[in-house]
Write a protein that binds this ligand. Sequence first.
Ligand code: FAD
Length: 388
Amino acid sequence: MNLKKDVCVIGGGVMGLATAYYLLKAGKTVAILEKAEIGSGASSSCDDMILLQSKKPGIALTLAMESLEMYRGLPDELDTDIGFLSLGGMVIIEDEKQLKIMEDFVKQQISYGLDVEIVGRKTLFKKQPHVAPYMKASTYSSADSQVNPLMLMRAFLHNGLKMGMEVFRYTPVKELNQKGDHWEVKGENDLSVECDSVVIAAGAWSAQIGKLIGIDIPIKPIKGQIAVTEQIAPIGETNCWTAAYIASKHDPSIMPDRSEYDKEIGLGFAFSRASEGNYLIGSTRENAGFDKTTNFKAISRMLEQTRKYFPIMNEVNIIRTMAGFRPGTKDGSPIIGPVDGFPGLFIAAGHEGDGIALSPITGKSVSEMVRGVGNHKRFDELNLRRFS
Ligand SMILES: Cc1cc2nc3c(=O)[nH]c(=O)nc-3n(C[C@H](O)[C@H](O)[C@H](O)COP(=O)(O)OP(=O)(O)OC[C@H]3O[C@@H](n4cnc5c(N)ncnc54)[C@H](O)[C@@H]3O)c2cc1C
């Protein structure tokens, strides 16, 4: 089949769907080519957090705050429930050393405009009556929110289909050819799409797409394992992390006493109650290639840690486990923007553990870049060229 579209999006995860949605909304014609099922990559094997407190002060935090504002309007705009909840979040602090580091981190975040504070034990135990009594303090931000990634993707998909988007499932992209001022994207099943622009949104697989035209897109999979509990009533007012989670993302020195095994699996702690009442317990950060298996040892360690922080979790059953591939870059920031030397080619990938939070702002910004509208100078620091 031969098609003509304004834009071809490679990858049907949250990033591809969001980008396609904002392009369609602006009047562009769009096809998405997805190698498997829509949403079958990281975007359906992840936590559900629009977590601002974990973002590095700088462009990551600024974009996350803008994305959160967009999220507040999305249920109405998409005319459906996307499981958006804004219950706030707490990063639990175990000792003086963590407290010192978190105080500095919080100060920087406040200077970027985030509403966050350090709270003492009284507020911590009021908001988290089941947290282990030895905890020292906590951070609290009312901004931390969550969304159901599956409902979000379905909403982008359905709205996109209504606007004429064409979606090709089980159609891995095999060839990417630059033909003068336009592009030819060839997928399996003899599909060929001629288009003005191409957006690479293939998550952890984006490097493979780059190879098709000889460019190095330094994104690799960072595996994360998650355990899901049965549905239970809330055990606290907010979702929680520990300073260990921030440590595993930004600064391993916060947790110098971790065991070799915890370091090897990049053990962090994220604890959120999904809109249906199941708790999501995560997660690991592993360099394990594209091995998607969950393993008993890592899951056991995650649960042991959860029961230490929240002893009440000894009484709660785990109903499933899952693993996904965060699209990771060397500096932990996404790759967003045009590719030098390849007019019409754009990347929206490499969001690591922040892709759900950042999908609306990324999709909208990339849509504008493709259409040549707006000033996107601030995205220079996220351009692929920073790695060359
Ligand atoms: C354990 C875990 C917890 C997480 N928790 C959070 C969280 O709380 N908050 C948050 O913001 N983020 C979180 N993330 C990160 C988030 O899931 C990702 O950043 C986001 O889903 C990436 O979306 P994506 O669309 O770029 O990639 P993906 O969802 O992986 O989509 C890429 C798509 O491209 C397709 N593809 C690959 N190759 C080809 C090809 N050749 N042709 C066509 N299609 C192709 C794939 O099949 C896939 O569907 C978490 C991730 C994990 C693993």
